[in-house]
Design a protein around this ligand. Sequence first.
Ligand code: RP5
Length: 162
Amino acid sequence: MKKVAVIMGSDSDLPVVKPAIDTLKKYGVECEARILSAHRTPEQLRAFAAGARAAGFGAIIAAAGKAAHLAGAVAANTTLPVIGIPVKSTALDGMDALLATVQMPSGIPVATVAIDGAKNAALLSLQILAVTDEELARKLDETRAADSAAVLEKDRKLAEEI
Ligand code: RP5
């Protein structure tokens, strides 16, 4: 099975990114976590993105805050699917990172999830891998069904209580 890369712009992003790593592990998908920055380590980031397909990756998650050019810089150097996580920082509550991540120019797509939306980033990467992996697709379907059943159970309990 293909691997998923999880890149963060700084070690300070790790608490936000951790749910993505945990979700990938829960589904048994190999992930490689890296700290690489569009601004602080541009050469190393470019080399990683350019070699990612040959290295066996099927999708790349990129999380960054502030002037969040990380996901875009990755996408500029690979045609693997790139999923951007805008990370909330203090000054502008993550709106800066959201706009920097989502507003990509035509031709270089980044699939952007919600601010701090690490779990959805992981799930989206799994759904991408599941296009060609029936076992993974089955696991994702099972989780959806279980999540749905949990909501319906809460709905039933609420109706009983009120
Ligand atoms: C971004 O700037 C990083 O992704 C991080 O979210 C933010 C702050 O980085 P540090 O100053 O904490 O290293 O590049």
